[in-house]
Design a protein around this ligand. Structure first.
Ligand SMILES: [Zn+2]
Length: 200
């Protein structure tokens, strides 16, 4: 079988690293790109390059942002005394799409996962505790995914934050076990937020 040119092969390998992209899709991307004018490819390359130059993490909530602090943390109309704790940035986008939440967020940067060697110290948990202590937070909504790692992370946080005398809630059971907040539909997610239950 004839081998693909090395330039194509190398780019296929790069696309293959993207989540949800297999070799077939990578090939389709490349043959699509080959048909585009050079200016389009330059624009794409430039935008990829800009990503890490322009986007940083908010020093308050650790969500991705191009302004510091991020638009949510600097919005005085939002309830800055309520923090919704999520594992990753796409969860913030999913909850924002419901238009039913007016508080702030805290992005942990993952979940506790023994097998993958991710402990509490690798997540933004220390930063969350500092934030609660400094800002007179009233409520923490634990909105990690309703799967094994998400549940154990929520449980860990509930125990850790218990002595801090604040309201600690967990998003409701409307979300099926093993599901993912990022892919939940807006109505289910809004219901899960509204139906949050006390953990302390
Ligand atoms: Zn922020």
């Amino acid at each position: 079988m004839a081998r693909l040119p090395e330039t194509i092969q190398n780019l296929i390998e790069e696309f293959n690293k993207l989540p949800g992209i297999g070799p077939k899709t990578s090939e389709r991307f490349i043959f699509y790109l080959l048909k585009q004018p050079t200016e389009e490819l330059d624009k794409l390359a430039e935008r990829i390059k800009r990503l890490k130059e322009k986007i940083t993490t908010c020093p308050v909530c650790y969500n991705f942002t191009d302004t510091v602090p991020c638009p949510i943390c600097s919005d005085s109309k939002r309830d800055q005394k309520t923090i919704c704790v999520v594992s990753e940035s796409p969860d913030v986008i999913a909850i924002e799409k419901t238009s039913k939440y007016q508080g702030s967020y805290h992005v942990l940067g993952g979940v506790i996962n023994q097998i993958e060697g991710i402990g509490p110290e690798q997540l933004k948990i220390k930063e969350l505790v500092n934030r609660i202590q400094k800002n007179g937070i009233k409520e923490i909504i634990l909105a990690t995914n309703p799967d094994l790692e998400g549940e154990s992370t929520a449980l860990y946080l509930a125990r850790l934050l218990k002595p801090m005398k604040i309201r600690i809630t967990r998003i409701g059971r409307g979300l099926p076990m093993g599901s993912n907040i990022e892919y939940a539909d807006e109505v289910t997610l809004a219901n899960a937020l509204a139906g949050r239950g006390e953990m302390n």
